[in-house]
Design a protein around this ligand. Structure first.
Ligand SMILES: NC(=O)c1ccc[n+]([C@@H]2O[C@H](COP(=O)([O-])OP(=O)(O)OC[C@H]3O[C@@H](n4cnc5c(N)ncnc54)[C@H](O)[C@@H]3O)[C@@H](O)[C@H]2O)c1
Length: 292
Protein backbone atom coordinates (compact mmCIF):
# COMPACT_ATOMS: atom_id res chain seq x y z
CA UNK A 1 0.00 0.00 0.00
CA UNK A 2 1.28 3.47 -0.90
CA UNK A 3 1.55 6.01 1.92
CA UNK A 4 -0.91 8.86 1.24
CA UNK A 5 2.01 11.27 1.01
CA UNK A 6 3.24 9.41 -2.06
CA UNK A 7 -0.14 8.31 -3.42
CA UNK A 8 -0.64 9.04 -7.12
CA UNK A 9 -4.11 7.56 -7.45
CA UNK A 10 -6.19 9.45 -10.03
CA UNK A 11 -3.15 11.26 -11.45
CA UNK A 12 -2.03 11.12 -15.06
CA UNK A 13 1.63 10.90 -16.04
CA UNK A 14 3.26 11.19 -19.44
CA UNK A 15 6.66 9.48 -19.63
CA UNK A 16 8.91 9.58 -22.70
CA UNK A 17 11.54 6.93 -23.34
CA UNK A 18 9.14 4.43 -21.78
CA UNK A 19 10.12 1.47 -23.96
CA UNK A 20 13.08 0.50 -21.78
CA UNK A 21 15.58 1.57 -19.16
CA UNK A 22 14.99 4.62 -16.99
CA UNK A 23 11.73 5.59 -18.72
CA UNK A 24 10.22 2.16 -18.27
CA UNK A 25 11.29 2.06 -14.60
CA UNK A 26 9.88 5.56 -13.99
CA UNK A 27 6.56 4.67 -15.63
CA UNK A 28 6.34 1.45 -13.64
CA UNK A 29 7.03 3.24 -10.34
CA UNK A 30 4.37 5.86 -11.05
CA UNK A 31 1.83 3.17 -11.93
CA UNK A 32 2.73 1.21 -8.80
CA UNK A 33 1.95 4.38 -6.82
CA UNK A 34 -1.45 4.65 -8.52
CA UNK A 35 -1.00 6.80 -11.65
CA UNK A 36 -2.36 6.17 -15.13
CA UNK A 37 0.37 6.63 -17.71
CA UNK A 38 0.81 7.69 -21.32
CA UNK A 39 3.87 5.74 -22.48
CA UNK A 40 5.83 7.50 -25.22
CA UNK A 41 8.72 6.21 -27.30
CA UNK A 42 9.84 5.91 -30.92
CA UNK A 43 10.12 2.19 -30.13
CA UNK A 44 6.43 1.32 -30.06
CA UNK A 45 7.03 -2.39 -29.50
CA UNK A 46 9.03 -1.75 -26.34
CA UNK A 47 6.45 0.72 -25.07
CA UNK A 48 3.75 -1.92 -25.59
CA UNK A 49 5.74 -4.35 -23.43
CA UNK A 50 5.85 -1.71 -20.69
CA UNK A 51 2.11 -1.14 -21.09
CA UNK A 52 1.43 -4.85 -20.60
CA UNK A 53 3.26 -4.76 -17.26
CA UNK A 54 1.36 -1.67 -16.14
CA UNK A 55 -1.97 -3.18 -17.14
CA UNK A 56 -1.24 -6.06 -14.76
CA UNK A 57 -1.08 -3.46 -11.98
CA UNK A 58 -4.61 -2.42 -12.88
CA UNK A 59 -3.57 0.97 -14.27
CA UNK A 60 -4.54 2.56 -17.52
CA UNK A 61 -1.52 2.54 -19.82
CA UNK A 62 -1.77 4.04 -23.31
CA UNK A 63 1.07 3.79 -25.83
CA UNK A 64 2.00 6.59 -28.23
CA UNK A 65 4.72 6.31 -30.86
CA UNK A 66 6.56 9.62 -31.09
CA UNK A 67 9.98 10.92 -32.06
CA UNK A 68 10.56 13.59 -29.44
CA UNK A 69 13.08 15.43 -31.59
CA UNK A 70 10.16 16.52 -33.77
CA UNK A 71 7.97 19.26 -32.22
CA UNK A 72 5.13 18.50 -34.63
CA UNK A 73 4.92 14.95 -33.25
CA UNK A 74 5.10 16.23 -29.67
CA UNK A 75 2.18 18.59 -30.22
CA UNK A 76 0.15 15.74 -31.74
CA UNK A 77 1.09 13.66 -28.71
CA UNK A 78 -0.37 16.25 -26.33
CA UNK A 79 -3.59 16.45 -28.37
CA UNK A 80 -3.82 12.69 -27.92
CA UNK A 81 -3.25 13.14 -24.18
CA UNK A 82 -6.12 15.66 -24.06
CA UNK A 83 -8.41 13.22 -25.83
CA UNK A 84 -7.40 10.09 -23.94
CA UNK A 85 -6.93 11.47 -20.42
CA UNK A 86 -8.07 15.12 -20.32
CA UNK A 87 -5.41 16.10 -17.78
CA UNK A 88 -1.70 15.86 -16.98
CA UNK A 89 -0.19 15.86 -13.49
CA UNK A 90 3.33 14.70 -14.24
CA UNK A 91 5.73 14.82 -17.19
CA UNK A 92 8.85 12.65 -17.22
CA UNK A 93 11.18 13.83 -19.98
CA UNK A 94 13.40 10.74 -20.23
CA UNK A 95 13.81 9.82 -23.91
CA UNK A 96 17.07 10.56 -25.59
CA UNK A 97 20.49 9.41 -26.56
CA UNK A 98 23.83 11.02 -27.26
CA UNK A 99 25.97 11.38 -30.35
CA UNK A 100 29.71 11.09 -29.88
CA UNK A 101 32.31 13.09 -31.78
CA UNK A 102 35.42 15.07 -30.97
CA UNK A 103 34.95 18.83 -30.63
CA UNK A 104 37.28 19.44 -33.56
CA UNK A 105 35.60 16.98 -35.95
CA UNK A 106 31.96 16.43 -35.04
CA UNK A 107 29.69 17.49 -37.92
CA UNK A 108 27.39 20.34 -36.98
CA UNK A 109 24.49 18.23 -38.26
CA UNK A 110 25.23 15.74 -35.45
CA UNK A 111 25.38 18.53 -32.86
CA UNK A 112 22.01 19.77 -34.06
CA UNK A 113 20.51 16.26 -34.06
CA UNK A 114 21.63 15.71 -30.48
CA UNK A 115 20.28 19.10 -29.46
CA UNK A 116 16.93 18.48 -31.15
CA UNK A 117 16.55 15.20 -29.28
CA UNK A 118 17.67 16.29 -25.81
CA UNK A 119 16.97 20.03 -25.69
CA UNK A 120 14.26 20.95 -28.17
CA UNK A 121 12.35 17.73 -27.44
CA UNK A 122 12.46 18.21 -23.66
CA UNK A 123 11.60 21.90 -23.96
CA UNK A 124 8.69 21.38 -26.34
CA UNK A 125 7.25 18.72 -24.02
CA UNK A 126 7.75 21.07 -21.02
CA UNK A 127 5.98 23.84 -22.92
CA UNK A 128 3.00 21.67 -23.85
CA UNK A 129 2.74 20.12 -20.38
CA UNK A 130 3.43 23.47 -18.71
CA UNK A 131 0.55 25.24 -20.52
CA UNK A 132 -1.87 22.59 -19.31
CA UNK A 133 -0.43 22.45 -15.79
CA UNK A 134 -0.46 26.25 -15.41
CA UNK A 135 -4.10 26.32 -16.47
CA UNK A 136 -4.85 23.69 -13.81
CA UNK A 137 -2.62 25.38 -11.21
CA UNK A 138 -0.71 22.21 -10.43
CA UNK A 139 1.80 19.81 -11.91
CA UNK A 140 5.28 18.36 -11.70
CA UNK A 141 7.90 17.93 -14.40
CA UNK A 142 11.11 15.92 -14.24
CA UNK A 143 13.80 16.33 -16.86
CA UNK A 144 16.49 13.70 -17.06
CA UNK A 145 19.87 15.38 -17.25
CA UNK A 146 23.22 13.77 -16.65
CA UNK A 147 26.50 14.17 -14.84
CA UNK A 148 27.25 16.01 -18.09
CA UNK A 149 24.69 18.67 -17.13
CA UNK A 150 27.18 20.16 -14.68
CA UNK A 151 30.56 18.45 -15.25
CA UNK A 152 32.65 17.54 -18.28
CA UNK A 153 32.96 13.91 -19.40
CA UNK A 154 35.53 14.19 -22.19
CA UNK A 155 35.69 11.10 -24.46
CA UNK A 156 33.94 12.89 -27.36
CA UNK A 157 30.83 13.90 -25.39
CA UNK A 158 30.84 17.54 -26.51
CA UNK A 159 27.42 17.50 -28.22
CA UNK A 160 25.75 15.48 -25.45
CA UNK A 161 27.34 17.58 -22.74
CA UNK A 162 26.30 20.89 -24.27
CA UNK A 163 22.75 19.56 -24.61
CA UNK A 164 22.60 18.25 -21.05
CA UNK A 165 23.97 21.56 -19.76
CA UNK A 166 21.03 23.21 -21.47
CA UNK A 167 18.67 20.75 -19.75
CA UNK A 168 19.97 21.96 -16.38
CA UNK A 169 19.33 25.60 -17.26
CA UNK A 170 15.94 24.74 -18.78
CA UNK A 171 15.00 23.18 -15.45
CA UNK A 172 16.15 26.18 -13.42
CA UNK A 173 14.49 28.74 -15.71
CA UNK A 174 11.17 26.90 -15.90
CA UNK A 175 11.05 26.29 -12.16
CA UNK A 176 11.69 29.98 -11.56
CA UNK A 177 8.99 31.04 -14.03
CA UNK A 178 6.35 28.56 -12.87
CA UNK A 179 6.92 27.88 -9.15
CA UNK A 180 4.50 30.63 -8.09
CA UNK A 181 1.77 29.14 -10.28
CA UNK A 182 1.80 25.62 -8.88
CA UNK A 183 4.11 23.91 -11.37
CA UNK A 184 7.34 22.35 -10.19
CA UNK A 185 10.26 21.48 -12.47
CA UNK A 186 13.18 19.36 -11.29
CA UNK A 187 15.97 17.38 -12.93
CA UNK A 188 17.56 14.05 -12.10
CA UNK A 189 21.23 13.73 -13.00
CA UNK A 190 22.18 10.05 -13.33
CA UNK A 191 25.68 8.67 -13.43
CA UNK A 192 26.26 5.45 -15.36
CA UNK A 193 23.08 3.39 -15.33
CA UNK A 194 23.27 0.07 -17.13
CA UNK A 195 21.63 0.17 -20.57
CA UNK A 196 22.41 -1.51 -23.90
CA UNK A 197 24.46 1.44 -25.21
CA UNK A 198 26.62 1.60 -22.08
CA UNK A 199 27.16 -2.15 -22.13
CA UNK A 200 28.25 -1.98 -25.76
CA UNK A 201 30.72 0.82 -25.05
CA UNK A 202 32.23 -1.10 -22.15
CA UNK A 203 32.49 -4.20 -24.35
CA UNK A 204 34.27 -2.15 -27.02
CA UNK A 205 36.58 -0.45 -24.49
CA UNK A 206 37.05 -2.81 -21.50
CA UNK A 207 39.08 -0.25 -19.50
CA UNK A 208 35.98 1.93 -19.28
CA UNK A 209 34.29 -0.34 -16.72
CA UNK A 210 36.94 0.32 -14.07
CA UNK A 211 37.18 3.97 -15.08
CA UNK A 212 33.46 4.43 -14.47
CA UNK A 213 33.43 2.45 -11.23
CA UNK A 214 36.37 4.42 -9.86
CA UNK A 215 34.11 7.48 -9.99
CA UNK A 216 31.22 5.87 -8.13
CA UNK A 217 31.85 5.72 -4.37
CA UNK A 218 28.86 3.38 -3.91
CA UNK A 219 30.90 0.79 -5.83
CA UNK A 220 28.31 -0.28 -8.36
CA UNK A 221 26.65 0.87 -11.56
CA UNK A 222 23.14 2.23 -11.42
CA UNK A 223 20.22 0.07 -12.46
CA UNK A 224 17.10 1.52 -14.10
CA UNK A 225 15.07 0.72 -10.97
CA UNK A 226 17.25 3.16 -9.01
CA UNK A 227 15.07 5.94 -10.44
CA UNK A 228 11.83 4.56 -9.02
CA UNK A 229 11.91 6.22 -5.59
CA UNK A 230 12.88 9.65 -6.91
CA UNK A 231 10.20 9.44 -9.60
CA UNK A 232 7.41 8.84 -7.09
CA UNK A 233 8.79 11.44 -4.69
CA UNK A 234 8.98 14.15 -7.35
CA UNK A 235 5.58 13.30 -8.84
CA UNK A 236 3.85 13.32 -5.47
CA UNK A 237 2.84 15.93 -2.91
CA UNK A 238 5.69 14.67 -0.73
CA UNK A 239 7.96 17.01 -2.72
CA UNK A 240 5.59 19.98 -2.89
CA UNK A 241 8.32 22.45 -1.84
CA UNK A 242 11.04 20.98 -4.06
CA UNK A 243 11.50 22.73 -7.39
CA UNK A 244 14.45 23.82 -9.50
CA UNK A 245 16.56 21.05 -7.99
CA UNK A 246 19.21 19.17 -9.94
CA UNK A 247 19.25 15.91 -8.03
CA UNK A 248 22.17 13.53 -8.51
CA UNK A 249 21.34 9.83 -8.86
CA UNK A 250 24.91 8.75 -9.02
CA UNK A 251 26.15 6.59 -6.15
CA UNK A 252 28.06 9.60 -4.85
CA UNK A 253 29.87 10.52 -8.07
CA UNK A 254 29.28 14.27 -8.02
CA UNK A 255 30.24 14.55 -4.38
CA UNK A 256 33.70 13.12 -4.74
CA UNK A 257 36.65 15.16 -5.94
CA UNK A 258 38.64 13.68 -8.84
CA UNK A 259 41.59 13.30 -6.47
CA UNK A 260 39.48 11.94 -3.64
CA UNK A 261 39.61 8.38 -2.36
CA UNK A 262 36.81 6.12 -1.25
CA UNK A 263 36.91 4.99 2.36
CA UNK A 264 39.39 5.66 5.14
CA UNK A 265 42.98 5.75 3.97
CA UNK A 266 41.94 5.46 0.33
CA UNK A 267 40.56 1.92 0.62
CA UNK A 268 38.47 0.71 -2.26
CA UNK A 269 34.97 -0.26 -1.07
CA UNK A 270 34.41 -2.22 -4.27
CA UNK A 271 36.71 -4.86 -2.80
CA UNK A 272 34.45 -5.38 0.19
CA UNK A 273 30.88 -5.50 1.35
CA UNK A 274 29.02 -3.04 3.52
CA UNK A 275 29.53 -5.52 6.35
CA UNK A 276 33.27 -5.47 5.95
CA UNK A 277 33.18 -1.69 6.07
CA UNK A 278 31.21 -1.92 9.30
CA UNK A 279 33.76 -4.40 10.65
CA UNK A 280 36.65 -2.12 9.83
CA UNK A 281 34.76 0.75 11.50
CA UNK A 282 34.33 -1.44 14.60
CA UNK A 283 38.03 -2.32 14.61
CA UNK A 284 38.92 1.34 14.35
CA UNK A 285 36.75 2.21 17.32
CA UNK A 286 38.25 -0.56 19.43
CA UNK A 287 41.83 0.40 18.64
CA UNK A 288 41.03 4.07 19.29
CA UNK A 289 42.58 5.02 15.97
CA UNK A 290 42.34 8.73 15.14
CA UNK A 291 43.17 8.59 11.46
CA UNK A 292 42.41 11.89 9.72
N1 LIG B 1 21.95 5.28 -18.62
C1 LIG B 1 22.81 6.21 -18.23
O1 LIG B 1 23.93 5.91 -17.82
C2 LIG B 1 22.40 7.65 -18.30
C3 LIG B 1 23.16 8.59 -17.59
C4 LIG B 1 22.81 9.93 -17.66
C5 LIG B 1 21.73 10.32 -18.42
N2 LIG B 1 21.03 9.38 -19.12
C6 LIG B 1 19.90 9.84 -19.92
O2 LIG B 1 18.72 9.23 -19.46
C7 LIG B 1 17.83 9.01 -20.54
C8 LIG B 1 17.38 7.57 -20.54
O3 LIG B 1 18.51 6.73 -20.51
P1 LIG B 1 18.38 5.14 -20.53
O4 LIG B 1 19.56 4.59 -19.85
O5 LIG B 1 17.03 4.72 -20.10
O6 LIG B 1 18.56 4.90 -22.10
P2 LIG B 1 18.02 3.73 -23.03
O7 LIG B 1 18.85 3.82 -24.26
O8 LIG B 1 17.95 2.44 -22.30
O9 LIG B 1 16.52 4.18 -23.36
C9 LIG B 1 16.27 5.37 -24.04
C10 LIG B 1 14.87 5.29 -24.62
O10 LIG B 1 14.60 6.55 -25.25
C11 LIG B 1 14.04 6.28 -26.52
N3 LIG B 1 14.37 7.41 -27.39
C12 LIG B 1 15.60 7.92 -27.68
N4 LIG B 1 15.47 8.97 -28.49
C13 LIG B 1 14.16 9.12 -28.73
C14 LIG B 1 13.39 10.04 -29.51
N5 LIG B 1 13.99 11.00 -30.22
N6 LIG B 1 12.05 9.92 -29.50
C15 LIG B 1 11.44 8.95 -28.80
N7 LIG B 1 12.09 8.04 -28.06
C16 LIG B 1 13.44 8.14 -28.03
C17 LIG B 1 14.67 4.99 -26.99
O11 LIG B 1 13.89 4.34 -27.99
C18 LIG B 1 14.73 4.21 -25.68
O12 LIG B 1 13.55 3.48 -25.46
C19 LIG B 1 18.56 9.45 -21.80
O13 LIG B 1 18.19 10.76 -22.13
C20 LIG B 1 20.01 9.42 -21.37
O14 LIG B 1 20.80 10.32 -22.10
C21 LIG B 1 21.33 8.06 -19.06
Amino acid sequence: MTSSLFDLTGKVALVTGAAQGLGRAMATALAEAGADVLLVDRNETGARETAATLAQLGRRAVVAACDVSDPVQIRELFHRLDTEFGRIDFLGNVAGDGILGTPEDIPLEDVEKCWRNLVLGRFCACQEAGRRMLAAGRGSIVNIGSLASITALGRSHIAYSMAMGAVAQMTRELSTEWAGRGVRVNAILPAQVINPGLQQRMADHPALRDKFLSGIPAGRFGQPDDIKGLSVLLASDASSWITGALIPMDGGNLAVNAGGSVGPGGGDRRQGTGDRKQESGDRKQKSGSKRK
